[in-house]
Ligand binder design. Structure first.
Ligand SMILES: NC(=O)C1=CN([C@@H]2O[C@H](COP(=O)(O)OP(=O)(O)OC[C@H]3O[C@@H](n4cnc5c(N)ncnc54)[C@H](O)[C@@H]3O)[C@@H](O)[C@H]2O)C=CC1
Ligand SMILES: [Mg+2]
Length: 316
């Protein structure tokens, strides 16, 4: 671990630096990560708390390390010339290619933080060197990091598609319908139930198309589908307002326009902060409709529908 590259987090907030008009995640060499620990008053052995993420093609190991033990976050940020940003904010502001590794790093660090004690004996479990599992010292029971399966679906009705937004979304952003699979459900059952529950629409056919690891709320496996709404059941959407702020049909032309214009800057003002108290998000107001960032599976689903006009007519 004294070589390699490190993504730093502080209480699960990833370290990012300004880059062009946005932000990027920064891979720090081991020597730099050690310097940061020193600034934070931590011994070099803390580097061994890092979890292994992958190896580059030239076999350089890459790690994620949480610096939560360093109380003075501001001193770390000053030493590194960047900031620890809330993951949700980072996901909207990053240039893109780093999103997957940030997501994996945060998910793995969170899992270790949440599973320190064995569910069998209640004793502190021991992690292996790479951080890929934990073992109970009494019973030998091994726990592995887990992901929760989530279905995500673009429902179409001819030349229009159904998109929804939650109140936690930035103003103007509409996304696809999503929901956790219940125990015992397959993807088909979960899609039909979620769409019926959240918008009151019946799905007549569906196709599985993509998957994606997603860090929210802890670690999810997004299972993405295209689905067709049943004829005659599309006019009355009944929005579950405990879950969604709004849901509505968007024409292909409206979605095309959203793809061809940049994200409205006012939609993201107030997102580049590290705590909810600092946040001052713009009111929904008149921010033009936009779609999720291009590294999200929701974006891929919507883009594919735009690019393949007959998609909504395919069935399993
Ligand atoms: N990558 C992407 O493009 C997108 C990802 N998503 C993600 O999909 C996920 C699920 O969507 P939601 O509409 O929130 O799900 P949902 O419609 O199932 O509602 C969330 C509720 O489900 C319950 N729940 C059941 N099992 C749960 C579990 N294992 N973990 C947490 N809560 C559980 C909780 O009460 C929670 O409040 C979210 O984390 C969201 O960030 C959503 C849209 C786009
Ligand atoms: Mg949902």
């Amino acid at each position: 671990m004294d070589s390699g590259l490190y993504l730093l987090f502080h209480r699960l907030a990833p370290f990012v630096q300004r880059h062009n008009s946005g932000y990027r995640a920064t891979w720090l060499p081991a020597a730099e990560a050690l310097r940061v620990l020193d600034v934070g008053g931590q011994p070099p052995e803390r580097l061994h708390d890092a979890v292994l993420l992958d190896c580059t093609p030239d076999l350089t190991p890459r790690f994620a390390l949480d610096t939560a033990s360093c109380a003075n976050k501001g001193a770390l940020e000053a030493a590194l010339d960047g900031s620890f940003m809330k993951m949700r904010s980072a996901f909207f502001l990053l240039s893109g290619k780093d999103a997957h590794m940030l997501s994996k790093g945060q998910a793995l660090l969170r899992w270790h933080g949440d599973h320190r004690f064995s569910g069998r004996s209640g004793r502190l479990s021991l992690r292996d060197a790479s951080g890929s599992k934990r073992t109970c010292p009494d019973t030998g029971h091994v726990q592995y990091p887990q992901m929760a399966p989530v279905v995500i679906v673009l429902v179409v009705d001819g030349d229009r598609c159904l998109l929804a937004r939650k109140d936690i979304h930035p103003p103007g952003m509409y996304s696809t319908i999503a929901g956790f699979c219940d125990i015992g459900e397959n993807v088909d059952m979960a899609v039909r139930r979620e769409v019926a529950e959240e918008v009151g629409v019946t799905v007549s056919s569906l196709n599985f198309v993509f998957s994606q690891h997603w860090p929210f709320p802890s670690s999810s496996m997004m299972l993405a589908c295209h689905a067709v709404a049943e004829e005659g059941h599309t006019e009355q959407i009944s929005v579950d307002t405990t879950e969604l702020e709004d849901a509505r049909w968007f024409s292909r032309d409206e979605v095309h326009s959203a793809f061809s214009r940049p994200v409205p800057p006012e939609a993201l003002s107030g997102w580049a902060v590290s705590s909810p108290e600092e946040s001052s998000q713009a009111a929904p107001g008149d921010v033009p409709f936009w779609v999720p960032p291009k590294w999200t599976v929701a974006h891929w689903l919507i883009r594919e529908w735009i690019q393949v006009p007959k998609l909504g007519l395919m069935s399993r």
